[in-house]
Ligand binder design. Structure first.
Ligand SMILES: [Zn+2]
Length: 448
């Protein structure tokens, strides 16, 4: 079935994946990204891309993954030969075996992100189906039983799971291998699975049962949507509507800057998270779907008109908020791990932890997943009552602001608040600010 995700991916210039310089640079960039985000160690982790001639471009063995250069990438010819002083990664047998068994896979990453690895050592698979956005990227992960690292048996065991159709495989007492139709998709899977693991881990501290998500699509009329329903117009990248105006350029640059910043703060990752900002009264700009958030640029920003349907629930919700709330100039949808621990357990979050949390958020109600469907009013009713952020069960956190910086600040405070509440539980009883303290805060900060 052709999905909107497939057509999005057509924008990725697959021909570039036969360009040696592009492959080398992207492997170095991706390794640098996963190292600097704590998802692999100096000596651990490896990744590869296969080109249309069957050459496997793979990271080298025994070098510093924290400072890998493009020219360190080793090219292994289809017959297994390579040149140069560096050897291919010791896990080359995994890469070879998976490419042999799944011709649709063009990129692989093996790494040891710590929380995902904790699942591997308790012999569990993180269940990404608790959130549709995670499940769309990760699908159901496979599980490969333990084998000696670097062995042909390890390669065969992992490849057998990919042969079943899985796109990511948990390696027992080891870590994970993820695949992609390009390196960006593999990176998105790795990050999403690690952040899903972090959220499930944090949910364990809340002592509540994780509630199943809805990945059937029943809850999402946009899943079967066709591109004609799409209200947004593209800019240079799609050629639909010419170039951006100088004003639009400024808004787009700010959206890109804040999206990349959100990745640095652990608030966004992979393809996950949407930032939009009002442009003029009835138009807004937002981040395109299925683009790595950490390297988003102006070509990945699209435009929409307020009150139009959009191609996804997220886009519809942003559009409708601009339509109904003239004072809102920025909307963010995100899935940071500690807030998602509350979203997947359905547990209320009490933001009366420190004055800053209360001042910025006042309260953050939890609405059911169905509330993001057209025709439902819960979210708009909350926003009408002056609440700037809501948690959507088994989906996301939605944050609004009169500026992008204000919305971003609220998102950051909301996630930090959730983190403090969860971490506090292992130290002692969590004590919220009293009603009297809140009354004082209202008097001083709200003029009420
Ligand atoms: Zn390993």
């Amino acid at each position: 079935m052709e999905t909107s995700a497939d057509s999005d991916r057509d924008n990725r210039h697959p021909e570039l994946w036969d360009e040696p310089d592009h492959i080398r640079k992207e492997l170095a960039r991706t390794m640098d990204h996963i190292y600097s985000h704590g998802m692999t160690t100096t000596s651990g982790g490896n990744m590869s891309v296969i080109d249309s001639l069957g050459n496997i471009w793979i990271t080298p063995s025994g070098t510093d993954k924290g400072s890998m250069k493009p020219d360190e990438v080793v090219c292994v010819a289809p017959e297994g030969t390579f040149s140069g002083s560096l050897r291919p990664s010791m896990e080359y047998p995994i890469h070879r075996a998976v490419y042999d068994t799944r011709p649709d896979i063009r990129a692989l990453i093996h790494a040891h992100p710590p929380v995902l690895t904790s699942f591997s050592i308790v012999h569990r698979i993180p269940d990404s189906s608790v959130l549709m956005a995670w499940h769309e990227v990760c699908g159901a992960a496979g599980y490969a039983v333990y084998a000696i690292p670097g062995s042909d048996t390890m390669g065969e065991t992992v490849a057998a799971e990919f042969r079943k159709g899985h796109d990511s495989v948990i390696m027992e007492n080891h870590a994970v291998v993820v695949s992609g139709r390009d390196l960006a998709e593999a990176q998105a899977r790795l990050e999403t699975l690690e952040y899903c693991s972090r959220a499930l881990h944090a949910a364990g501290f809340l002592g509540d049962t994780v509630k199943p998500g809805d990945v059937t699509g029943d809850n999402n009329e946009f899943m079967s949507g066709t591109p004609t329903q799409y209200a947004g117009r593209g800019f240079q990248s799609t050629g639909i509507e010419g170039v951006m105006s100088p004003g639009e350029e400024l808004v787009a640059e700010e959206i890109c800057r804040m999206t990349v910043r959100a990745c640095g703060r652990g608030l966004m990752y992979g393809f996950c998270g949407t930032i939009s900002a009002r442009n003029t009264g009835n138009s807004y700009l937002l981040t395109r779907k299925k683009v790595l958030r950490c390297k988003i640029n102006k070509a990945d920003i699209i435009a929409g008109r307020t009150g139009e349907k959009g191609s996804s629930q997220e886009e519809w919700l942003h559009s409708e908020i601009y339509n109904r709330f003239p004072a809102v100039n920025a909307v963010i949808t995100a899935r940071p791990p500690h807030l998602m621990a509350y979203a997947v357990t359905g547990k209320d979050i009490n933001v009366r932890t420190i004055p800053e949390s209360w001042i910025l958020l006042q309260q953050m109600p939890l609405v059911p997943l169905g509330a993001i469907s057209p025709g439902r009013e819960e979210i708009f009713e909350k926003l009408s009552s002056g609440i700037p952020a809501v948690l959507i069960a088994n989906d996301s956190v939605l944050v609004t602001g009169n500026s992008l910086l204000q919305a971003f600040d609220r998102l950051e405070v909301a996630e930090m608040t959730a983190m403090s509440l969860i971490l506090g539980r292992s130290l002692g009883k969590v004590n919220p600010i009293s009603d009297n303290d809140v009354a004082d805060l209202k008097r001083v900060f709200s003029g009420k």
